[in-house]
Design a protein around this ligand. Structure first.
Ligand SMILES: [Zn+2]
Length: 317
């Protein structure tokens, strides 16, 4: 029996279950080179525990960390025409789409959701850089319009997390048309008097910075995010000059008046909630969370009056 269990079974298992062992248990921080254990990394919202470098985070993970209790409802996005130009480079466009869908598990490069953040109802949209570079095609345009329409319908603010390499080449001029379309969507929010907050994440470039990603009432960025229209390499080659240190990074843009804030990912949720409540004329956010449902019921009697001075925020309406 030992021969079977010790030799044959492991061999069979290694033949058939090779894919079940995740290869990416460890991620190397691109900034400091530290090897980060995947669970530790995801617990830290994909921020390097050694140097605070902000690694990419998927829209779904981000929403789980932003919405109360990680609960949100996806907003349906109208499906655009698939491959209108019958585009082909080394691969056919539909094949590229299929492999991106397979590797990310998402339908397209943007996720729209509704829910509550700090008990403040919001609509949020997030772009997925791992899906074909977060490129802005017709679907992304539709997603932003769907998000804006939903926000106007429910009278909620819209938060957009951008991450993109620019327009989607495979859709040609149709992708560029998303710039005016999304600008109109932002204008809808403005007319309805609803806040539109943009959180720029690494990297946000190209046509996205020439449209909806730069039209926020408040512009926030994650630390060290590259935010630009044309990248530093292209500019350097064109003007043949060395660019200053940190050029087109979040901190540089903040210093030069292009941004309102640069916020660490772990503080992002609290800051967004504070800003939204301030803009919406709502009382200050309650920092304490609802007790987790798994907790055993408290035996000792609760005090009648809340000890915190700002307890009026938690008073039932
Ligand atoms: Zn690091």
């Amino acid at each position: 029996m030992n021969w079977i269990s010790n030799y044959v079974r492991p061999r069979i298992n290694s033949l058939f279950s090779r894919r079940e062992v995740p290869e990416n248990l460890w991620t190397k921080c691109p900034e400091c080179g530290t090897m980060l254990f995947h669970r530790e990394l995801s617990d830290n919202l994909n921020v390097c525990t050694n140097c605070d470098h902000h690694l990419a985070i998927t829209p779904r993970e981000r929403f789980r960390s932003m919405f109360d209790g990680g609960a949100f409802v996806e907003v349906k996005v109208p499906e655009p025409v698939a491959d209108p130009l019958q585009f082909r480079d080394q691969k056919k466009y539909p094949d590229r789409m299929k492999s991106a869908q397979k590797s990310t598990g998402e339908k397209e490069a943007m996720l729209v959701a509704e829910g509550e953040m700090g008990r403040t109802p919001v609509i949020a949209a997030a772009q997925d850089f791992s899906f074909m570079g977060g490129s802005m095609g017709m679907y992304v345009g539709n997603a932003i319009i769907a998000a804006a329409e939903r926000a106007v319908k429910l009278k909620r603010p819209l938060i957009l997390f951008s991450a993109a390499g620019g327009a989607r080449m495979q859709e040609g001029i149709l992708s560029l048309m998303q710039m005016p379309r999304t600008t109109v969507a932002v204008e809808m929010l403005r007319e309805a008097g609803l806040p539109y907050i943009v959180v720029l994440t690494h990297p946000t470039t190209g046509g996205v910075t020439a449209s909806y990603a730069m039209l926020g009432d408040i512009q926030i960025a994650e630390p060290n995010a590259l935010i630009c229209f044309a990248g530093p390499r292209v500019i350097e080659q064109t003007i043949r000059e060395k660019l200053p240190e940190g050029f087109q990074r979040a901190e540089y843009l903040l210093e030069h008046g292009m941004l309102d804030r640069v916020t660490h990912r772990k503080n992002m949720r609290d800051e967004l909630v504070s800003i939204l409540r301030m803009l919406g004329g709502l009382p200050a956010p309650t920092k304490a969370d609802l007790p987790a449902p798994v907790d055993p019921p408290a035996i000792e009697a609760q005090p009648e009056t809340a000890p915190e001075p700002d307890a009026q925020a938690s008073k039932p309406a």
